[in-house]
Design a protein around this ligand. Structure first.
Ligand code: ADP
Length: 344
């Protein structure tokens, strides 16, 4: 008798704690029907206990972004609009619970989303505002003739180089801002054979005879995607390989069939990257060695752009590298984005 009372009191405490929780907690049974939810679930998801007991949650949210996420079967999602509260953005998580049931957690992350938006707008606006004055300065620098004042020739050359660098940084920041704002890019079938030939030509031009550039016989597969952005991502990898490989090295460009689809890769025999840096390479302005990077003329944004473009194609970037031996950057695409070449 006393044990039953203690158990009931324990349960009561647990439920009160769950009720006070600011996140929505929803318990689902093995077939996705609502078993219980707390008060926050009413505010954030529009679910009410006990009146919604037994309700099929997937069917209730079938039309919106929440339903689309539930159908994917993914374990988490960021920044999904709330189906119940206007302007509220949710972070969602599901986890197994009590045997075959599931626990759905929804957290209000509207303030984080707003801050992210402010950051994105700020970067986009600053870059946009810098573009015109930089173009003007660069234009005047181009007009100045170093032969008229030979003593200033080295200064002028340095100023031109730096203003060009600033222009490249601004252009890359604008590209990143655009990619961040897009949910889907306009897509078309990309003839990979042609794209690869262009990439090889670009590598040869950048290398100016300092490297061997090999194009492996490519898989006869075309790729569905945004042609301009895919080219920009692929050529960033090629340009990195050239810039971070000393003279005499080899750069290999490949497009191969894989078990899941196909993979574009660029392999070099260059400086390589120590393992502790690999996970951070796609962060903006992250550099392994700033002196080497500056000398090689990068903006520090190339791999961020690659990652964003690949995300918009549900593709994955893998990096394998060994210091002193070289690196391999590969982009894996799902079979759904591929078709036999020449079918268009
Ligand atoms: P950056 O303009 O500095 O090259 P990226 O975003 O393209 O910017 O690359 C980030 C950093 O990753 C580079 O600064 C460099 O240190 C490292 N990196 C990228 N590609 C290679 C490569 N093929 N070999 C060695 N290091 C590389």
């Amino acid at each position: 008798m006393r044990r039953a009372r203690t158990l009931r009191a324990g349960l009561h405490h647990l439920r009160t704690a769950a009720e006070a929780f600011p996140d929505a907690l929803v318990l689902l049974d093995a077939v996705g029907r609502l078993r219980w939810c707390n008060r926050a679930a009413h505010r954030l998801l529009g679910l009410t206990w006990p009146s919604d007991r037994g309700l099929g949650v997937a069917a209730r949210f079938a039309d919106g972004a929440l339903g689309a996420w539930l159908r994917t079967g993914a374990c988490d999602a960021d920044d999904v609009p709330s189906p119940a509260a206007e302007g509220v953005r949710l972070q969602l998580t599901t986890m197994p619970f009590g045997g075959r049931g599931q626990l759905l957690l929804a957290r209000d992350v509207s303030h984080v989303s707003r801050l992210e938006q402010v950051r994105r707008d700020f970067v986009a606006n600053v870059s946009h505002e810098l573009r015109t004055p930089l173009t003007v300065i660069h234009g005047y620098l181009e007009l100045l003739d170093p032969e008229e004042v030979p003593a200033l020739a080295p200064v002028l050359a340095e100023m031109r180089m730096q203003s060009q660098r600033m222009r490249e940084i601004v252009e890359d920041l604008l590209t990143l801002s655009r990619l961040e704002m897009e949910r889907h890019l306009p897509e078309d079938w990309v003839e990979m054979a042609t794209m690869l030939r262009v990439l090889r030509r670009e590598a040869l031009a950048l290398s100016q005879g300092r490297h061997r550039v090999v194009l492996e016989p490519p898989a006869r597969l075309d790729l569905l995607g945004a042609p301009r952005d895919l080219h920009s991502a692929f050529s960033n990898l090629v340009s990195n390989a050239v810039r971070y490989t000393p003279e005499g090295g080899t750069i290999t460009i490949a497009w191969r069939r894989t078990a899941q689809g196909a993979e574009y890769s660029v392999t070099d025999t260059g400086y390589g990257i120590p393992a502790e840096h690999l996970s951070r390479l796609t962060e903006r302005f992250y550099r392994v060695s700033s002196s080497r990077t500056r000398a090689s003329g990068g903006t520090g944004l190339g791999l961020s752009i690659v990652k964003h473009v690949l995300n918009l194609h549900e593709a994955r970037l893998s990096i394998a590298s060994e210091p002193g031996k070289g690196s391999r950057f590969s982009c894996s695409f799902d079979a759904a984005r591929l078709r036999r070449a020449g079918r268009g």
